[in-house]
Design a binder for this molecule. Structure first.
Ligand code: GAP
Length: 575
């Protein structure tokens, strides 16, 4: 079954989630206590996958970067270095960055069950809710809440009086069937079409006849939601024994600000010149109102961010370079080009600081066919951050940017007062660098690579019968286990030889040794874990010191000398 067909049947994501738990990629945090929404733990395979992803990013972007030559597509040569800043920082950082005032989502609360929903998620959560499923099954069926449906008063009345009582207990239509039905009838009759849009029908059913202000129905209980209100996504905490306003701090919602406030430290303590990229991998925290879609929207997650500092005149070219460089990286790590794309933001979508932003988006299987979700953002941030940390928070609405003032005409949030400009020692020019920011999520990356890797094919079992095989086609660099080593049987000196190979390879890679059960079943377990190569010691090994190397994807087996194994494996993994 192709990924597309499987996705359309809605089961691909369920299969991936189930495999993640069964094989130890991911578990819900605190699961034995019922779990905690928006937090995920990585199990034995997951931790290796995530480490490999972060390692590949760091190797390709930072440690392995060639700063002597001009790379293809780059305006010039450039330097890359790293940083590891703290999660809790001076509260002024978040005031000047804009997160204190602007980092919020709109949320709505249910008057009945008190549950909170992100305002722009209400309808999509509702589409997946139990009461809408019941309505579709027992009253009027439709595909999307945006569909126009034929009004059937009798069916809706029956549902409100019977199934709706349990499924949507707080719905106004359940307690006032006649009144609410009359309200819908009047609206449908007024339009004279005999039809109504499903979402509008639900709005009418959720509001009692006496209520003038209409509200959206709650996705959970079908009660009435409040008006959208602002909700800041930063987690608060206190540094010090006293829970006072002065001690109030925040868990960072992005790693980027740690880089901006250390920009001068890095330059002053090294011989780097601009253009320079400073990279950081670390935890970020956002109190997401409706964490959902597995790890896609979590409350604790890891980011892999680069802040790239350059001359303002070259910033457009660097922005284009980093967009292309980053999507090429995902391709090189095995993501097929038709499931990943680069989308340039429209003017009204841009973040407050952004002069231009492009998202790298992936066709996550939990999304409807043809839709893509953000994997990484590449932003042209101009000089917003460095100037805000120098002069005081800039007013994001003003062009050109100016310091935001309070009612007394003073900076609303004062900056550090430190000089964060750069002097080019060759030209003597002094300027405030512009910043290009490729900002990737490690957890979203892991999720995309898990979705991309999940494959079902047909392969013969031990008796030659074709069976459905589940395999995770990870790029060898990402695979949690690189090689599995098996003695065909547990005797005749085979385990001893297999252990020798295992210990040799283990010096460089994560290797798995397995001598239990039929060899066919051992292969299958490794296919599911995504292990690209399995080495088997068999009868022939005892005669000529050769072993077989089996390829996970092609099932091809080649026979090679034991002494050649390390070099062959290195070449296959590292290229
Ligand atoms: N410094 C810019 C910044 O943080 P962002 O678009 O808010 O930009 C960057 O986040 C990346 O971090 C996203 O593309 C995504 O991969 C990841 N990310 C953001 N919020 C997340 C969440 N709640 N759960 C998991 N990953 C998240």
């Amino acid at each position: 079954m192709s990924k597309k067909e499987d996705n359309a049947s809605g089961s691909l994501m369920e299969k991936i989630v189930s495999l993640c738990k069964r094989r130890g990629f991911m578990f819900q945090s605190s699961e034995i206590y019922g779990g905690i929404s928006g937090f995920w733990d990585y199990g034995p395979l997951g931790v290796e996958l995530k480490r490999n992803l972060k390692e590949a990013w760091w190797t390709d972007m930072v440690q392995g970067h060639n700063d002597l030559d001009t790379l293809p597509g780059a305006p010039s040569s450039y330097s890359m270095t790293g940083l590891d800043s703290t999660i809790i920082m001076h509260p002024q950082v978040w005031k000047c960055s804009g997160h204190y005032d602007l980092f919020h989502d709109m949320m709505q609360t249910c008057h009945g069950c008190k549950k909170l929903f992100r305002a722009d998620h209400v309808w999509s959560i509702m589409e997946e809710s139990e009461w809408v499923a019941s309505f579709k099954k027992h009253a009027i069926d439709f595909a999307s809440v945006n569909d126009t449906i034929t009004w059937d008063a009798a069916a809706v009345k029956r549902w409100l009086e019977k199934k709706g009582k349990n499924a949507a207990p707080a719905m106004a239509g359940v307690s006032d069937v006649e009144g609410v039905i009359a309200k819908v009838v009047a609206e449908v009759a007024g339009q004279g079409t005999g039809t109504i849009v499903a979402s509008r029908l639900f709005e009418l059913l959720a509001n009692a006849t006496s209520t003038t202000e209409e509200a959206l129905p709650c996705p959970n209980c079908a009660g009435r939601l409040t008006e959208p209100r602002e909700f800041n996504l930063m987690f608060q905490t206190y540094a010090g024994a006293l829970q006072t306003e002065e001690n109030k701090t925040f868990l960072r919602p992005e790693t980027a600000q740690g880089i901006f406030v250390n920009f001068k430290n890095v330059l002053d303590s090294s011989r780097f010149r601009l253009p320079l990229g400073i990279a950081q991998i670390g935890k970020s925290f956002r109190n997401e109102i409706t964490p959902r879609n597995f790890t896609f929207r979590s409350r604790e997650f890891e980011q892999m961010e680069i802040e790239f500092f350059c001359h303002p005149d070259q910033s457009r070219d660097w922005y284009m370079y980093w967009r292309d460089r980053r999507i090429a990286w995902y391709h090189s790590m095995g993501i097929a080009s038709d499931r990943i794309l680069l989308r340039e933001h429209a003017e009204d979508e841009l973040a407050h600081y952004s002069v231009g932003t492009a998202d790298i988006e992936y066709a996550f299987p939990f999304l409807p066919e043809g839709e893509f979700g953000e994997l990484e953002g590449i932003s042209h941030r101009g000089d917003f951050d460095l100037r805000s940390h120098m002069e005081g928070k800039l007013d994001e609405k003003k062009r050109p940017l100016e310091v935001q003032l309070d009612e007394n005409g003073q900076p609303k949030y004062r900056g550090s007062g430190r000089d964060l400009t750069y002097r080019d020692d060759l030209t003597n020019e002094r300027y405030t660098p512009h910043v290009i920011e490729p900002s990737a999520g490690a957890d979203r990356g892991v999720l995309a690579f898990l979705c991309e890797a999940y494959t079902e094919d047909q392969a013969p079992d031990e008796k030659g019968n074709m069976q459905t095989r589940v395999l995770m086609k990870f790029h060898p660099r990402l695979a949690p286990i690189k090689v599995a080593v098996f003695p065909l049987v547990k005797k005749d000196g085979m385990p001893e030889l297999a252990k020798e190979i295992y210990l040799e390879l283990k010096k460089s890679y994560n290797v798995f040794y397995d001598e239990k059960g039929a060899v066919g079943r051992r292969y299958r377990r490794q296919d599911e874990a995504g292990t690209p190569y399995c080495i088997t010691v068999d009868g022939q090994t005892l005669e000529d010191r050769t072993v077989t190397i089996r390829d996970r994807d092609t099932l091809e087996q080649v026979r090679v000398l034991i002494d050649e194994v390390p070099a062959i494996i290195r070449k296959r993994i590292e290229g």
